[in-house]
Ligand binder design. Structure first.
Ligand code: NAD
Length: 261
């Protein structure tokens, strides 16, 4: 997909990777960029800078995703590309409370289901449409120190695969964005916790946006702004036990040998 003249919705567009995608899509000549975020003021700032439209929406609430899609269509017509990108981190393992698991599940996973439910019927009618889901390298590998993040990102990858297989022959394209560390609030904010160790090799959100534009142009399923993730993924599939041993060593390095951050 070439972004020129396209109508695009980006959730989590107020900051980090989402903001960088909005800015880059506008620069590529998108006809309409809808910047959606639970942080309405942040979304407005980004939208103003690119002459797009801001929508305040909490993607963990299905009615708000439906409303977002309606607002986008009212403003610009048919949606060509929906980037389901908003996401959060959470520290801890199985001991994390149900409230923590439920919140991250709704934002990092159910939001992708809500987005697909909201846009697919019309895309299937038209026989054309593109879904981009931001998962993470953690969805292919794991996240040291955060079981809720690792699990919800694996689920996001699983859904993206399923959508690509189920609807690929009906004109629906799907890409799954799986970055490793990116310099955003997720790694740098007050709740960075188990994610902070990724800062050492983190890239800029603008580099991720560049990889997204290239991946969309090739209509590639897996978009890997850190190309080395493909090799790690191959090693995992090639020898799972060896990979697990390697990950235990990494965990020991980043958390002093404790199980989790
Ligand atoms: N930063 C990284 O290292 C990294 C790596 C891999 C994947 N990711 C993923 O990239 C995506 C974007 O994260 P980021 O790194 O840009 O972080 P970020 O915190 O800068 O941006 C996330 C945005 O999502 C918004 N958001 C959070 N909950 C929301 C909700 N319920 N409804 C609507 N918007 C909501 C936030 O307000 C924020 O603007 C996430 O899915 C994240 O898991 C990030």
């Amino acid at each position: 997909m070439n972004l020129k003249d396209k109508v695009v919705v980006v959730t989590g567009g107020a900051s980090g990777i989402g903001r960088a995608m909005c800015v880059r899509f506008a620069a590529e000549g998108a006809r309409g960029v809808v910047v959606a975020d639970v942080d309405g003021e942040g979304a407005k700032r980004v939208a103003e800078a690119i002459d797009g439209m801001a929508v305040t929406a909490d993607v963990s609430v299905e009615a708000e995703v439906v409303r977002l899609v309606e607002r986008a269509r009212e403003a610009y017509g048919e949606i060509d590309l929906f980037c389901s990108n908003a996401g959060i981190g959470a520290a801890g393992g199985v001991e994390a409370s149900d409230a923590v698991w439920d919140r991250i599940w709704r934002i990092n996973f159910m939001a992708h289901v809500y987005a697909a439910r909201a846009v697919l019927p019309r895309m299937l009618e038209r026989g054309v449409g593109y879904l981009l889901q931001t998962a993470s390298a953690a969805g292919l590998l794991t996240q040291i120190g955060s079981a809720p993040y690792a699990v919800t990102k694996h689920a996001a990858v699983a859904l993206a695969e399923w959508l690509a297989i189920t609807y690929g022959d009906r004109g629906i394209k799907v890409s799954c964005l799986c970055p490793q560390g990116v310099k955003t609030n997720l790694l740098q904010g007050p709740e960075a916790g188990p994610f902070a160790f990724l800062l050492d090799e983190a890239i800029e959100p603008e580099q991720v946006a560049g990889a997204v534009v290239a991946g969309l142009a090739e209509e590639r399923f897996l978009i890997l702004p850190h190309p080395e993730v493909a090799e790690y993924f191959r090693r995992k599939a090639g020898d799972y036990d060896r990979w697990l041993r390697g990950m235990r060593k990494l965990q020991a390095r980043v958390s002093g040998g404790t199980a989790g951050a």
